[in-house]
Ligand binder design. Sequence first.
Ligand code: FES
Ligand code: FES
Length: 153
Amino acid sequence: MITLSVNGTGYKIDADPEMPLLWVVRDLLGLTGTKYGCGEALCGACVVHLDGEAVRACVTPVRRAAGKSVTTIEGLSADGSHPLQKAWVELGVPQCGYCQSGQIMSAAALLSKKPRPTNEEIDTSLAGNICRCGTYTRIRAAVRVAAGLPKEE
Ligand code: FES
Ligand code: FES
C-alpha cells in the first residue's frame, strides 16, 4: 500500500511500487488530464509536479511519490483561474491540445521559482515539452502574459 497526496487529497494506492505514476493518476484515480505521449521521458505530455518539481510521470515509479504531494493539471486551480490557464485561454494557445497540460505544468513549475522569467528561461524550461502542432510561439507569449510581462519582447 502506497500513501500519497494528489491535488490535496490523500490516497492509499494498492499497486506495484514500480507502476509509473502516470498509470496511477490516469487509470487508478481517473485524472486523465495528464497525457501519455512517448512513455520514455521524451515528449513532456505527462508532466506533473512532485513536491512542486516538474517530473515526467511516465518514468516515475509510484514509490517515488510515496508520502509526497503530487499535483496534476486538475489540481493547478479549482476553477481554471491560475494565471497560466487564464493566459492560455486569452491567447488561444492550444491546437489539438494533446501536449498542453504538460506544457502548462512545466510552465507552472518555472513560474513558481522564477515569477518573471526571461525568454531564454522559458525556452529552456519548456524545451522538453514537444508540440507536434507547433504552438511554441503562443506558449511563450502566454507564459509571459501569465508572468505579467508584455506578450512579446
Ligand atoms: S509520455 Fe512521459 S515524456 Fe512522453
Ligand atoms: S497542441 Fe497539438 S501537440 Fe501541442
